[in-house]
Write a protein that binds this ligand. Structure first.
Ligand SMILES: CC(C)(COP(=O)(O)OP(=O)(O)OC[C@H]1O[C@@H](n2cnc3c(N)ncnc32)[C@H](O)[C@@H]1OP(=O)(O)O)[C@@H](O)C(=O)NCCC(=O)NCCS
Length: 183
């Protein structure tokens, strides 16, 4: 996977396996495609936040089946820092899913860099992606990166796949945001 477009607001340099980011984070962060070895750390991170109802739970089988969607952030020493997935929904629509950064690294720009890397991945797709969207409790993070507010009804496949199973369906506390790549 090529991660080519990283915000100019951070100093970047190429690395063998990805891009080294030397921005707000105290130490260099590398973004790379997820590998099988990252699975335990990903599961642990998602479990932690799912138990606090900050994100939907993911099973090991689910993650294994969708590893190709994920990128992970690691420190220069190889310590797992966070992860996020670009989930295809068909017709050029992709969702930012399972965005999470380990507690010791939050508010250091890693989450924003993960979203930017997913946008770069979407831009490089063939056939071209039309739209990257998210349902999020952190709309400001996405809006800072160029996403706009949207109605969640614009994403019926997402609603059918996940929202209808969600206990908060009628009282959803997430905001839909979208980044159009086709306009
Ligand atoms: C949500 C989450 C992924 C954000 O990761 P993060 O690495 O802390 O994100 P960043 O450091 O890029 O941004 C965090 C905060 O730093 C500040 N910040 C980051 N970049 C900034 C910039 N360029 N200018 C000003 N403030 C900035 C903002 O206060 C921002 O919070 P906001 O986006 O809500 O306004 C992380 O908090 C997390 O894992 N939360 C639990 C799981 C979760 O909620 N996942 C669902 C997310 S949709």
């Amino acid at each position: 996977m090529n991660i080519l477009h990283i915000s100019a607001s951070v100093k970047t340099s190429g690395a063998a396996a990805g891009i080294i980011l030397m921005g707000m984070a105290q130490e260099s962060i590398i973004l790379v495609p997820a590998a099988e070895a990252d699975l335990p750390a990903m599961l642990s991170l998602f479990d932690d936040y799912a138990q606090r109802q900050l994100m939907l739970p993911r099973t090991e089988a689910d993650l294994r089946a969708n590893m190709g969607n994920f990128i992970v952030a690691k420190s220069a020493e190889g310590v797992f820092v966070g992860a996020a997935a670009l989930r295809p929904f068909g017709e050029g629509y992709y969702e930012v899913r399972s965005l999470a950064v380990a507690r010791g690294f939050i508010n250091a720009g890693v989450g924003s860099r993960l979203v930017e890397a997913l946008l770069a991945k979407a831009r490089a797709l063939e056939p071209p992606a039309r739209c990257v969207f998210a349902l999020t409790k952190r709309p400001n993070l996405f809006r800072r990166l160029g996403f706009r507010l949207a109605y969640r009804e614009r994403f019926p496949a997402k609603i059918w796949a996940d929202c209808r199973q969600c206990p908060k369906y009628e009282l959803c506390d997430e905001t839909a945001v979208e980044y159009r790549l086709d306009q």
